[in-house]
Design a protein around this ligand. Structure first.
Ligand SMILES: CC(C)(COP(=O)(O)OP(=O)(O)OC[C@H]1O[C@@H](n2cnc3c(N)ncnc32)[C@H](O)[C@@H]1OP(=O)(O)O)[C@@H](O)C(=O)NCCC(=O)NCCS
Length: 155
């Protein structure tokens, strides 16, 4: 079901902090059994991504007030989606789709290949990415977790 969404705009620093922290804490808690031991490493990664989003040099963070998407150029010179997050109260209302479509339309003017990684058993995320044209091209195991690498090639 698609509801009418507010306009997509640059994310505020508060939204960046909230969404990236919640997304990664959630993902890591769900995924990694040794979550507690890895906490320092996880927090460091979250900080790096938050700082990259805030500086806006390599990563752009957009929001519609109901969720956030972070995207930019990866070290291989490809367009990359770093994070997508919808606040729990707004899930399944077309928020994530609106955000990823906004990111795709910005990235595709500059990059032919767009890519992202997702945890294979994150069904909501994989279904959303598939519905906007990403295809699984590779799978890897990371600490017993299956990660899918998905790509979308612009014509
Ligand atoms: C994954 C996530 C971003 C989806 O956001 P959302 O705003 O709820 O997604 P949308 O409403 O735009 O859904 C678009 C499509 O994705 C798929 N989808 C979304 N949630 C789904 C779910 N729970 N189960 C199955 N398919 C789902 C559907 O195909 C849906 O289209 P439909 O509603 O017309 O059937 C959201 O669940 C989330 O923030 N999860 C926690 C963080 C996360 O896992 N981020 C992704 C990291 S890779």
């Amino acid at each position: 079901m698609n509801y009418e969404q507010p306009k997509v705009r640059k994310a505020t620093d508060k939204e960046i902090e909230e969404c990236i922290t919640d997304l990664h804490m959630y993902e890591h808690k769900v995924i990694f059994k040794d979550y507690k031991e890895r906490r320092v490493e996880i927090v460091k990664y979250i900080r790096t991504l938050i700082d990259a989003c805030k500086s806006g040099k390599y990563v752009t963070a957009l929001s519609n007030g109901r969720g956030l998407i972070a995207f930019g150029e990866n070290p291989k010179g490809q367009g990359h989606i770093y994070a997508l997050y919808t606040y729990p109260a707004f899930r399944r209302q077309g928020v994530g789709r609106q955000l990823i479509q906004a990111a795709i339309s910005k990235l595709k003017s500059k990059f032919k290949i767009l890519n992202l990684n997702a945890v294979k058993n994150n069904k909501a995320a994989v279904a959303l990415y598939t519905s906007v044209g990403f295809k699984s091209v590779k799978e890897a195991k990371y600490k017993n977790i299956s990660i899918v690498h998905m790509e979308r090639v612009e014509k």
